[in-house]
Design a protein around this ligand. Structure first.
Ligand code: SAM
Ligand code: 2KA
Ligand code: SF4
Ligand code: MG
Length: 218
């Protein structure tokens, strides 16, 4: 598998934000979001380490950290990902979270022992809303998350429409997050208040507050 980087950090996003996690970032992505903060990982010439699923499991266990975040690029397009997920889930204490872009069918990954999904719904400013597979919503469960990364008022408006249309707050966690540096979080809170967005959580990427926002491996 093409591993662009692997590191331990606190999870800066999602339902386990603030907890230690071991990150495995895979090379390659099927989208090109306008704001992508990890675009280097989707470039074809991105340097990577070739590791087997067994070697990745070995690395994860060697860290002593129980949360594993598989990300990218788009992790679910990596060859061997289903085998890796299965092998990680077979380990006692290991919890697997997948950061996925909403453009990959989640159904093949919904085995009886299944990872936790944090699924983005890409909004207009990303340029990729047309690629969203809304049928994925029907496989999401309580422990999963739909995340809306918002860069504009139009994005906020669209996020609110999608949340209501698919009754997402009744199904799973729902997060709004600013495109870093593109929208004032205070304006997002104002939108939430105006629209009475109950059961929706605003989240700011914690690692970009702790470290230089451009820093890799954190
Ligand atoms: C780099 S992506 C990798 C996983 C997958 N490709 C996806 O898009 O969900 C991880 C998360 O970072 C978010 N992200 C990327 N660039 C961002 C930015 N500039 N500001 C805020 N979040 C960003 C994405 O929306 C996604 O939720
Ligand atoms: N600290 C930290 N937390 C994260 N949570 C999700 C990330 C990602 O890039 O998918 C990420 C990341 O890149 N760094
Ligand atoms: S889907 Fe994720 S990795 Fe791919 S371009 Fe968008 S934010 Fe970046
Ligand atoms: Mg990141």
């Amino acid at each position: 598998m093409k591993v662009a980087e692997k590191f331990i950090s606190i999870n800066g996003e999602g339902n386990r934000a603030g907890e230690l996690s071991v990150f495995v970032r895979f090379q390659g992505c099927n989208l090109r979001c306008s704001y992508c903060d990890t675009s280097w990982a989707y470039e074809a010439d991105c340097p990577y380490e070739e590791l087997t699923p067994d070697e990745i499991v070995e690395y994860v266990l060697s860290t002593g950290v129980h949360n594993v975040t598989l990300t990218g690029g788009e992790p679910l397009l990596s060859q061997g990902i289903a085998e890796l997920i299965e092998k990680l889930l077979a380990q006692p204490k290991i919890r697997v979270e997948i950061e996925t872009n909403g453009a990959v069918d989640l159904r093949p990954f919904c085995m009886p022992a299944r990872p936790v999904f944090t699924m983005d719904y890409k909004l207009p400013s990303s340029g990729w809303e047309r690629a969203m597979k809304v049928e994925n919503f029907s496989v999401l469960e309580k422990q999963d998350t739909v995340k809306f990364v918002c860069g504009s008022q139009e994005d906020l408006q669209r996020a609110w429409e999608v949340i209501q249309e698919y009754r997402l707050t009744e199904r799973c966690h729902v997060y709004l997050s600013p495109v870093f540096g593109s929208i004032e979080p205070v304006d997002m809170v104002a939108f939430m208040e105006t629209h009475k967005m109950n059961d929706v959580r605003l989240q700011i990427q914690i690692h970009k507050v702790i470290w230089d926002p451009e820093k890799r491996g954190v």
